[in-house]
Design a protein around this ligand. Structure first.
Ligand code: NAP
Length: 312
């Protein structure tokens, strides 16, 4: 028998979904434990200005917003653990969460592990990561002052990253595999009228050049309509092609769809009673900070009701 303490609720992940779940479960006197994960605060900690989170008429920096959410959750008694969950056992009760050498037992779990930026999958990309290749313009844009960079993708991330990069770079190319953008109208308009941004349509990056020099020198592009291969000189390559849900540790424990997203029904319920999911880990449609926060609130209320219905 383990003598580990039994918690009411463990929240895995500390982005907007996890933080909101923490706030609500703390205020419901459930003394939540939040295992923060590899990137405390989640994806917003590597963004700049967030202009679409209600309540901040002048916008707020992503890291500041997450810091505020954390402080608010802490104020009501949330306990944060700065570890990464390495395994879970949802087959026995109470549920067991392993983080490093420690095991934590809980009556309920909220999975809010979010999603991670996807890469192109090229060998050269792997070798040049940190040497001109990046998946985070906010983190690395500064290094490309007066240089030429290329962003891959046609969604909001690509448009946002490209627009942000024009603060530093002399030229930003957006390489998109189609001739229609997926991103929102407002972001499209902003990027299309930016004189530093040039679009390269119907094209994919076949290879990144500069492996021997250990610095990006350019890319090999393939036009998907004509098959033509061309080379384009550039000093940096930013992948902005979407995200993969962080569900590796839950495989075999819980129902997950073919793309890796956790399947939820009736609010935040998973197929295991007592295990709930919130945010980008299950939501591939909306994927906004505010929808993740809303989902965190929903999961917290579902936990509260579940505990009420199972205890007594
Ligand atoms: P996304 O909307 O899924 O877009 C991914 C883009 O990458 C698509 O244009 C896709 O092409 C392209 N792509 C995917 N795999 C590729 C590959 N292997 N090679 C080349 N191109 C590839 O992802 P996202 O831009 O990260 O946005 C995700 C969500 O977050 C969206 O809901 C978005 O609105 C939201 N978001 C909002 C903001 C904001 O409001 N400030 C900022 C960033 C993101 P196809 O179009 O051909 O599929």
């Amino acid at each position: 028998m383990s003598d580990a303490k039994l918690y009411n609720v463990i929240i895995i992940g500390s982005g907007p979904a996890g933080m909101t779940a923490a706030l609500y479960t703390a205020r419901a006197d459930l003394c939540p434990v939040i295992v923060e994960g590899n990137q405390p605060g989640g994806q917003l900690t590597i963004t700049t200005e967030v202009e679409n989170f209600p309540g901040f008429s002048k916008g707020i920096m992503g890291p500041d917003l997450m810091n505020e959410m954390r402080k608010q959750a802490e104020r009501f008694g949330s306990l944060f653990i700065q570890k990464n969950v390495t395994a879970v056992n949802f087959k026995d009760r109470p549920f067991r969460i392993t983080a490093g050498k420690e095991d934590y037992l809980s009556k309920t779990v909220i999975i809010a592990t979010g999603a991670t930026a996807r890469l192109l999958g090229l060998e050269s990309e792997k070798k040049l990561m940190g040497h001109g290749v990046s998946a985070c313009a906010t983190c690395d844009g500064f290094f490309f002052r007066n240089q030429e960079v290329l962003v891959v993708g046609g969604g909001d991330s690509a448009l946002e990253e490209a627009t942000f990069l024009t603060k530093f770079a002399s030229k930003v190319y957006i390489v998109h595999r189609r001739d229609k953008l997926r991103g929102s109208k407002i972001m499209q308009a902003k990027a299309l009228k930016n004189p530093k941004i040039e679009f390269i349509w119907n094209s994919v990056v076949e290879d990144i050049l500069g492996v021997e020099e250990k610095a990006v020198k350019g890319v090999k592009l393939r036009n998907v309509l004509t098959g033509e291969i061309t080379e384009k000189k550039c000093d940096g390559v930013f992948a902005a092609i979407g995200h993969t849900p962080n569900t590796e540790i839950f495989k075999g424990q819980i129902d997950i769809d073919e793309k890796g997203y956790i399947i939820v029904k009736n609010g935040s319920h998973t197929n295991i009673p007592g295990v709930f999911a919130a945010g980008d880990v299950h939501d591939f449609t909306y994927r906004q900070a505010i929808t993740a926060a809303g989902a965190g609130c929903r999961a917290a209320i579902d936990v509260e009701r579940y505990l009420e219905s199972t205890e007594e």
